[in-house]
Write a protein of this length. Structure first.
Length: 292
């Protein structure tokens, strides 16, 4: 049996097709679905159009690969949008399955399950999933969903690129304040998943192009996270988009993601973060295939 899992994020749309024994493929497209949702409470028509075009492609891919079961999960941007049911109607038509709106806590649980598959010792392991609208922190016993993400922080504070020193300081202070009561985990090791972490790891290694094999399992030190943040804070969006290892569509929000990444590392007081390409998609797929 092959399953297809679609993750409808605030910034990125992702598809995993797998049989459990064999991964057929992963696809990711940045559509910026949640841009402006924080202020308006609605998904914009332009963002929905971009996203539905991607879903048309995802639907055809699942059909071509003979997917037996399909599911789609919707996260922060959809949780905040008053017009999400209209969007879900169109998404269902394109994907062949209606999206399921999940809570931040459920999202965190899937993230932990996916990122830690195959690990025997989970004591002290904390998984951090930095999304566009929210950040999930989770260990084997509990999870916290924090209402700060790369798109949300960009829209609220980091509107200029490069930002002024005052803007950057305000962004750091805001994230630090939000995380203050939510990062009380006894973290012995930190695993970072999803596009912000993987992008930062690629930039830190100065890869000539994005390389999943080079990113997965890379251990990024606390000083490397700070150095990448410092570098990104001096660049325009165009200069950021020109970085060889970065998807240019992530350029508008990767600085905000780096701010959150740094503050997660500081709040959990760890020296490094292990980057994983296995994430929420893998957790959902394992549940569908009963591999938990």
């Amino acid at each position: 049996m092959k399953v297809g899992v679609v993750d409808i994020g605030t910034n990125s749309m992702r598809l995993l097709i797998t049989s459990g024994e064999e991964e057929v493929g992963r696809w990711v497209e940045v559509t910026g679905l949640g841009k402006g949702v924080d202020a308006s409470g609605r998904l914009s028509g332009e963002a929905m159009e971009r996203t539905i075009e991607v879903f048309d492609t995802f639907g055809r891919l699942m059909e071509r690969e003979g997917v037996t079961r399909r599911t789609a999960i919707a996260t922060s941007a959809s949780r905040d949008a008053s017009n999400r049911e209209d969007f879900f109607d169109r998404a269902e038509s394109a994907l062949g399955v209606r999206p399921t709106l999940i809570t931040g806590e459920t999202e965190a649980g899937y993230a932990f399950a996916g990122a830690t598959r195959g690990r025997e010792d989970l004591a002290g392991v904390v998984v951090a999933d930095i999304g566009g609208g929210s950040t999930e922190l989770v260990d084997r016993e509990r999870s916290n969903s924090v209402d700060v993400g790369s798109v949300r922080l960009t829209d609220r504070i980091l509107t200029d690129r490069p930002p002024s020193p005052e803007q950057l300081r305000a962004a750091i202070d805001h994230v630090r304040g939000v995380l203050h009561d939510q990062a009380d985990f006894d973290a012995r090791s930190l695993v970072g998943i999803a596009g912000t972490w993987t992008s930062l790891a690629a930039i830190a290694q100065e890869l000539p192009e994005y390389d999943r094999d080079a990113v997965h399992g890379y251990v990024m030190t606390r000083s490397e996270v700070a150095a990448v943040l410092d570098r990104l804070s001096t660049l325009t969006i165009e200069e950021t988009a020109a970085l060889s290892s970065l998807d240019p569509k992530r350029a508008p929000v990767i600085l905000a993601g780096a701010v959150i990444a740094q503050e997660v590392v500081v709040a959990l007081d760890v020296d490094a973060v292990e980057i994983s390409e296995m994430d929420t998609l893998d957790g959902v797929a394992a549940e569908m295939l009963d591999l938990r």
